[in-house]
Write a protein that binds this ligand. Structure first.
Ligand code: NAG
Ligand code: NAG
Ligand code: NAG
Length: 506
């Protein structure tokens, strides 16, 4: 969610797990794949959808990415480099918008039912979705979005004992694990389609190309418009061309291939790659590690083969909070105070002539000079004289200051799109904890922090081993839950209210 929304409403939305997070910037990690050789060609594209029994070739050594030119290509250079340098024996193709049309005319000349809708389609995200399926259907290989950083050579992606059996690879990006759905998710388990691989002519890709074209036409009919005029919302895109339709198609095809009903129940909670028919399904830490849900790994090491970084165009800022985050019941008013101090700090960067005296900032209520608003950090505030504070609850004053050193913990922070790009390039070769890296980034950037933090990590009553996946923790149980440093914890307050007790003050 944007910080603007945040100021205006008391609700908090977590990082949205779908790839379409209009609301967030997030980091996902992606994996696997393999491959080489044996050209068995499909002579022609069949005119009927068919789950063919024809033997498929292996996934060819080709890497495909799509670039429609809406952001400067230089933003993606480090990511592209990771693909090229780690896979030097693979063919690499960066497909442009016009290149996509040429490609479609060549491969779908005898399929006007697909070619025409594709050429008509204007809306970039829909085009990019359909094009990636068409590329894998007709040529095969690996498709990945431009904002992914591959950490491991594609050749090493498939477990050795499965190599000859695998003709498609999909990764789980979201797993509800029997709990409540994350914001915006409609499927209990979702595969990502920002990275995937398939052999040429794989039945899943044939089916998804047709399913997407039908869904586009159905949406156009429903909206009384044409495919070329479609301007869907994010949640509609996810349904008609994105991960939702992809997930449904993959599940249906796998059921047909194996002759058994396959759905999310067959794979929820899995931790190792598993074969369903000839489709290798990667567990959450394959394609989705580093997310605050689905039991994914926290730090992005281990099984991560690709890191996915979504930088939403047009999104000015995003608030990212950890899944065990807790905040003060007075957060809304605290944010107003924080915004005021943040603007004042920003002013100190300018000559007095350019200072904004007006209380209305031009872009953000927090001022226009910040890179990160690190509102949930373990910080070491400088001396009070350097920072602008405001009175907190009880005897605590909140200190608002430039985070120029000694920063750790990423319980909550807001980032704007400009700094997201720089920070993520900076994080590419990460080999230590993300929070320390972000601390270093802040030493040379403009990060505004606050102490005590506005967002903290709640540790629940019960076994302490649940606190962390990365630290050893004492074996004895904790008697009561707590959120360190948060004065009036929202979680504790909720528990008090449910028990009809007086407001809680830690
Ligand atoms: C559909 O669009 C056409 C032309 O754009 C218009 O004449 C017609 O009234 C619309 N129908 C509905 C149900 O909106
Ligand atoms: C998937 O689960 C269903 C039961 O929910 C079972 O009948 C089927 O055999 C399973 N398929 C595979 C391939 O594990
Ligand atoms: C911001 O803080 C200053 C100093 O405490 C105060 O004078 C001013 O009224 C505040 N502005 C707003 C918009 O709250």
């Amino acid at each position: 969610m944007s910080l603007h929304d945040f100021m205006g409403s008391a609700s908090i939305v977590r990082r949205r797990p779908g790839r379409f997070s209009a609301l967030s910037v997030f980091i996902i990690l992606c994996l696997y794949f393999s491959v080489y050789h044996i050209p068995i060609r499909l002579e022609s594209v069949p005119t009927q959808p068919s789950i063919s029994s024809r033997p498929l070739e292996e996934i060819p050594p080709r890497i495909w990415q799509i670039f429609f030119g809406y952001t400067p290509i230089k933003d993606f250079v480090p990511f592209i480099q990771s693909w090229v340098t780690k896979n030097q024996d693979y063919a690499y193709t960066l497909m442009s918008n016009d290149g996509g049309n040429t490609f479609a005319r060549k491969h779908y000349a005898d399929r006007p039912d697909i070619l025409k809708p594709f050429l008509d389609l204007q809306f970039p995200v829909l085009r990019s979705d359909l094009l990636r399926y068409m590329i894998l259907e007709t040529e095969g290989g690996v498709y990945s979005d431009l904002d992914t950083n591959v950490l491991k050579s594609v050749r090493d992606w498939i477990p050795k004992d499965m190599k000859s059996k695998v003709h498609a690879i999909v990764g789980i990006e979201y797993d509800q694990l029997g709990g409540q759905p994350e914001f915006g998710m409609t499927e209990p388990l979702q595969f990502c389609q920002w990275t995937m691989a398939a052999s040429r002519g794989h039945p899943i890709l044939k089916k998804v190309v047709e399913d997407v074209v039908h869904a586009l036409q159905a949406m156009a009919d429903r909206k009384n418009t044409t495919i070329s005029e479609l301007k869907p919302e994010d949640d509609e895109v996810v349904e008609v061309s994105g991960p939702v339709i992809w997930t449904r198609t993959v599940m249906q095809s796998m059921s047909e291939m194996t002759g058994t009903p396959i759905d999310y129940r067959n794979m929820t909670g899995m931790t190792e790659p598993r074969l369903f028919g000839d489709v290798l399904v990667l567990p959450i830490d394959g394609f989705g590690t580093g997310q605050p849900h689905s039991n994914s790994g926290k730090d992005g090491t281990g099984n991560a083969y690709i890191r996915h970084i979504v930088i939403d165009e047009g999104l000015s800022s995003a608030l990212i909070i950890e899944d065990d985050a807790d905040w003060d019941v007075n957060m809304r008013s605290q944010l107003h105070e924080f915004a005021n101090r943040s603007r004042e700090l920003g002013n100190t960067l300018h000559d007095s002539s350019e200072r904004i005296t007006d209380a209305t900032p031009t872009q953000s209520p927090y001022g226009d000079d910040w890179d990160i608003l690190w509102i949930g950090a373990c910080a070491w505030p400088p001396a009070p004289a350097d920072s602008g504070g405001f009175p907190g609850a009880g005897d605590r004053n909140y200190m608002v200051f430039w985070a120029r050193g000694g920063m750790a913990c990423t319980w909550g922070y807001a980032i704007n799109s400009r700094s997201a790009k720089t920070l993520l390039a900076w994080l590419l070769d990460i080999n230590e904890a993300v929070d320390f890296h972000m601390g270093k980034y802040c030493e040379r950037s403009n990060c505004v922090s606050i102490w005590p933090p506005l967002i903290g990590a709640h540790t629940a009553a019960g076994p302490q081993r649940k606190d962390s996946d990365i630290r050893n923790t004492p074996s004895e149980a904790r008697e009561r839950g707590e959120t360190m440093w948060i004065v009036n914890s929202a979680i504790m307050d909720m528990q008090q209210k449910l028990g009809h007790k007086a407001p809680f003050n830690q």
